[in-house]
Every structure is written in structure tokens, then in C-alpha cells.
Design a protein around this ligand. Structure first.
Ligand code: NAD
Length: 345
């Protein structure tokens, strides 16, 4: 475990098998330096345990970075249930997850993610109070992540292309799910020219009806001559195979862990492509959670998420002035905040 390539001094990793509840799960708490580790519960039929472990280690670390870059009082955590949400999920299983969360004594706050819903969190709440979406307004799904990506994207376009509007801007969106489709809506409303792909014909049909985008086969999205590439499907898509093909000036999307490895950030910079750190662009969900206890009306939440645009603008400006990549600047800021928190406790 301690030599695992994705292990980054995570504070706690819990492996659990509850035969009676039919549960096989891992919870990773990456850091509680800034506050309790917050993060979703992903239910996915991983091909093997190592893929699940990699995912939970990487995603929990990403949550630490999202909260820290936005100066929120949380750490990073994540949980994975290794099974197929469509067929295997039961209330007993969800309560078993809730008991695990309860056992961590508030060091991990669980939220919804791929394969789990707000209704699932309500079942977990029967056995633990350490869940998100506990307020009435939080149950109204808002497109917070897409809204945050949109804020980051506008800031990046301003900083890199020196443009104050998105009219006619070419944006390639990979994946038209919860994040990608809403992002398309925001971009379309501002007159951006959309090129999109998805593997799901229903999502493509929805996009076609709403935005009349250029639709390309999934593999062609990397080759498009556009201003911005917005990865919104899955991680590790920026790698040795795809980076040399990219024709975009900016990468800014909602997917987690877009870089296959850290050095791919350098490969993008060498090509003059500005990469907005994924954990900054897609931090809308953590801000949304934070607002649950402050003011979770739609206007207040979206207003708070707009902060992502300001942080993106500052990060890109500092990167230009200091001759570094935005990722190095953001990573360093996060590490400093974590160190400061550790040294004051
Ligand atoms: P989703 O499952 O709703 O959407 C993903 C979409 O990608 C689906 O429509 C799927 O058909 C499509 N897709 C799958 N394979 C593809 C391929 N090869 N090419 C193109 N499209 C493909 O997921 P989501 O909630 O929209 O999240 C998208 C990404 O953003 C994920 O990486 C997720 O971890 C990340 N993210 C999501 C949120 C959130 O609030 N939903 C928050 C932070 C990060």
C-alpha cells in the first residue's frame, strides 16, 4: 500500500467487505489538514481491485486540492463501492457504507457521485450524520460543476486570448453528461461554436436539439482545430497519444484527473497549450457543499461558484509573470496552505 504509485501520504484508507450487506468498498481520506475530508461515493463495477484503489486514492487527493485552492475549510476524501449501481445497490449496502463513514467519526463527509444519488445519501443518513445534501435546497440539483467550468473557461479565454466574450469561440466538448451538456448550454447562450462527441446516442440527440453543434466521432475530438478543448467525460485523456494531436490553445474541462501523469502538464506547456488545473475548474461541487450551511439558495450558490473564475484569472496571470505553468502555481499554493495548516495545529 505505502509503495503504491498513487499513494500520497493519505491519512486513512479503509478496506471493507460486509458479506451480509453485499458490500466491497474502499474509503480514502487524503487529508484533514484544512477540515474534514469531503468527497463523493462512486459505485462502479471496477474490473479489478487495483483500479478501484487507484481511483479512490487519486480522487481523494483531488478533493483535497479542490477545497484548498478555493480556500474552503475541508480536506479530501472519496469512497468507492466495487459493484454495478444498476443491479447491485440495496438499502442494506448503503447503510453499511453509512456505518463505515460513521466509524470515521466525522473525518470524512460523504456525498453523491457516479452511481450514487441524493436519495442514497438519505438512506446513509439513517446511520450517520456525516453526509452532504442534508438541507432542503441542496436537494435541488444545480449545474454547479458546469457553471464553475464555464467561469474558469471565460477567465482563461480572457487571459490567454485577450477576449472579453465567447461569440464565435470554437470549443470542443468531450462528453455530454451532467457536466458537459450544461457546459454546452452556457457556451451556446454566449454564441460559442460547439463541437461535441459522446458514445451515447441519446446525449448526442439532446445536444443536437438544443445547440446544433458539430458532432464528431469520439476519437476525432482531439484533432479539432478549436480555441478550447473541454474534457468532460473521464480522466487520463491527456497523454502521450493524445497531446501531440491537440489543436486547442486552452484546455479547461470538468473531468477529474485529466492528465495521465504529472509530466503531461509539461508536455502541454511545451506546445504552448494552457492547461487550467482540473481540480480548480471543477471545484463547483465542494463550493456547493460549503454553501449548504451558509445560504444554499440558487443565486447564492452560483454566486459563490463564480469565485472559480477569479482564482483562474489570478493563477494564469501568476503563471505568465513567473514563467511557470498554471498547474505548478496552483499545486504550490495548495501545498503551502496544507503546510501552514499543519504547522498551526
Ligand atoms: P456523466 O457520466 O454524466 O457523463 C459522462 C459522459 O461522457 C456520458 O454522457 C458518457 O456517455 C460520455 N462518454 C463516455 N465515454 C466517452 C467517450 N469515449 N467519448 C466521449 N464521451 C464519452 O458524468 P459527469 O457527471 O458529467 O462527469 C463528467 C466528468 O466530470 C467525470 O470525470 C467526473 O468525475 C467529473 N466531475 C463531475 C462532477 C459532477 O458534479 N458531476 C464534479 C467534478 C468532476
Amino acid at each position: 500500500m505505502f509503495g503504491h504509485p498513487e499513494f500520497d501520504n493519505h491519512e486513512t484508507v479503509v478496506f471493507s467487505r460486509d458479506r451480509e450487506a453485499g458490500l466491497t468498498a474502499i474509503i480514502a481520506v487524503h487529508s484533514t489538514d484544512l477540515g474534514p475530508g469531503f468527497g463523493g461515493c462512486r459505485m462502479w463495477p471496477y474490473e479489478n481491485e487495483d483500479l478501484a484503489l487507484r481511483d479512490v486514492l487519486r480522487l481523494s487527493r483531488g478533493m483535497t486540492y479542490k477545497a484548498a485552492i478555493c480556500e474552503l475549510p475541508y480536506g479530501g476524501g472519496k469512497s468507492v463501492i466495487i459493484d454495478d449501481a444498476k443491479v447491485a445497490k440495496t438499502p442494506a449496502m448503503l447503510r453499511a457504507v453509512g456505518r463505515l463513514v460513521e466509524g470515521l467519526g466525522g473525518r470524512y463527509i460523504i456525498a453523491d457521485d457516479v452511481g450514487t444519488s441524493l436519495a442514497d445519501l438519505a438512506v446513509m443518513r439513517e446511520v450517520t450524520k456525516h453526509t452532504a445534501a442534508a438541507t432542503a435546497a441542496a436537494k435541488e440539483p444545480l449545474a454547479v460543476t458546469a457553471y464553475g467550468v464555464w467561469q474558469a473557461l471565460q477567465a482563461a479565454v480572457g487571459a490567454v486570448l485577450d477576449r472579453g466574450d465567447l461569440a464565435g469561440l470554437g470549443v470542443a466538448v468531450q462528453g455530454l453528461g451532467n457536466v458537459g451538456l450544461h457546459l454546452c448550454r452556457y457556451l451556446h447562450e454566449q454564441g460559442a461554436q460547439l463541437t461535441v462527441c459522446d458514445v451515447d446516442p441519446d446525449r448526442l440527440a439532446m445536444a443536437r436539439r438544443q445547440f446544433s453543434p458539430i458532432i464528431v466521432p469520439p476519437e476525432e475530438i482531439y484533432d479539432r482545430e478549436v480555441d478550447v478543448f473541454a474534457p468532460c467525460a473521464f480522466g487520463a485523456i491527456l497523454n502521450d497519444r493524445t497531446i501531440p494531436r491537440l489543436r486547442a490553445r486552452i484546455i479547461c474541462g470538468g473531468a477529474n484527473n485529466q492528465l495521465l501523469a504529472r509530466e503531461h502538464g509539461g508536455a502541454l506547456a511545451a506546445l504552448g497549450i494552457v492547461y487550467v488545473p482540473d481540480y480548480l475548474a471543477n471545484a463547483g461541487g465542494v463550493i456547493d457543499f460549503h454553501m449548504e450551511t451558509i445560504d444554499d439558495s440558487a443565486g447564492a450558490v452560483l454566486g459563490a461558484v463564480e469565485r472559480i473564475g477569479g482564482i483562474t484569472a489570478e493563477t494564469l496571470t501568476r503563471a505568465r509573470v513567473e514563467g511557470e505553468t498554471p498547474l505548478s502555481i496552483a499545486d504550490r499554493l495548495v501545498r503551502r496552505r496544507l503546510e501552514n495548516a499543519r504547522s498551526t495545529t
